[in-house]
Design a protein around this ligand. Sequence first.
Ligand code: PSU
Ligand code: MN
Length: 302
Amino acid sequence: MKNYLTYSTEVAEGMAAGKAIVALESTIISHGMPYPQNVEMARKVEQIIRDNGAVPATIAIMDGKIKIGLSEEELETLGTSKHARKTSRRDLAYVVASKEIGATTVATTMICAELAGIKMFVTGGIGGVHRGAETTMDISADLEELASTNVAVVCAGAKSILDIGLTLEYLETKGVPVVGYQTDKFPAFYSATSPFEANFRLDEPQEVAEMLKVKWELGLNGGAIIANPIPAEFSMDEAYITTIIEKALQEAEENGIKGKDVTPFLLGKVKELTEGKSLESNIELVYNNARVGAKIAVELNK
Ligand code: PSU
Ligand code: MN
C-alpha cells in the first residue's frame, strides 16, 4: 500500500498519536459545490472536526497517489480544477495509474478510508437508487460499498432526487444499518424529515460507537449509515424543494443526462433553481455532520 497511499503531515501525526481520524470525501468539493464556497466549506469542515477532538482526512487522488489528508494547496487545486474526475470504485485504478486528479465519491472514500484504517467518514448526502431505476438501472455504487466496506458514514440522509424508499429497501437487502441520530425518521437532506423511518434511533455518540463496535466485532462486514437531520433553522420547506427537484429531474431527462453525470447535473440544477438557497442548507448540514461524526469517532477510538 505504501506505493499508493500518502498521508498529510497532520494525519500521519494524528495516527502516530493514536487520535481519532475522520475521513471526508472530495466529490462534494469538485462536483457538489461551486468555487470558492466549496474550498471554504472544506476548510471549515476540517476545523470543526479538529474542534471536536478528531483529525480530518480529506481524501482525493493526485500524482498517482491516494492522498489521505490534503494540504491547503492541494485542496485549492482540487477545488479549482476543471479536470478533476469523479472517481467511483470502477474509476479508482484508472485514475491512480493515469495520475489524473480524482475526486472521491462516497464509495471510493470508503475504500480509501478502509485502506488507511479509518472507520468514520463524514459527508453531506449519499448516492442511492435513482427514481426510475427499474428501467435505467441507475443505482449508486455507494450502496454496494456500504454493503461490504467497514466504514460508517455520517450523512443528512438522501436527497429526494433519489427514490428514498427503494434506497432504504436496497440497504435492507444488503444488511446496512440505518441509524437515525436523535431522530426516528430518515431525513431527506434539505429537510429534517421524510415519510420514511430510520431502522433505529440512537441519541448519543457513545451509543453509536458501541453499535459499530459490536457490529464489526461480530464480523458483520459492511458500513452503517448515521443519518443526522439538517438543523431546523436551515431545513427547507418540503413542498418547495420537491417542486424544484421535480423540475431538475425533468431537465435531466430532456437533456439526456446519463451515468455518472446524473447526480452532479441534478445537484447543479437544484442550486440554480433555488437561486443558491439550497447551497447554504447544504453547507450547514455538512458542518452539523462534522460535529456529530467527530464525536462518534472520538468515542469509537476509546
Ligand atoms: N449526494 C449529494 N451530494 C453529493 C453526492 C451525492 O447530496 O455531492 C455525491 C457523492 O460523492 C456521492 C456521489 O458518492 O455524488 C454519488 O454519485 P452517483 O449517484 O453517480 O453514484
Ligand atoms: Mn449512477
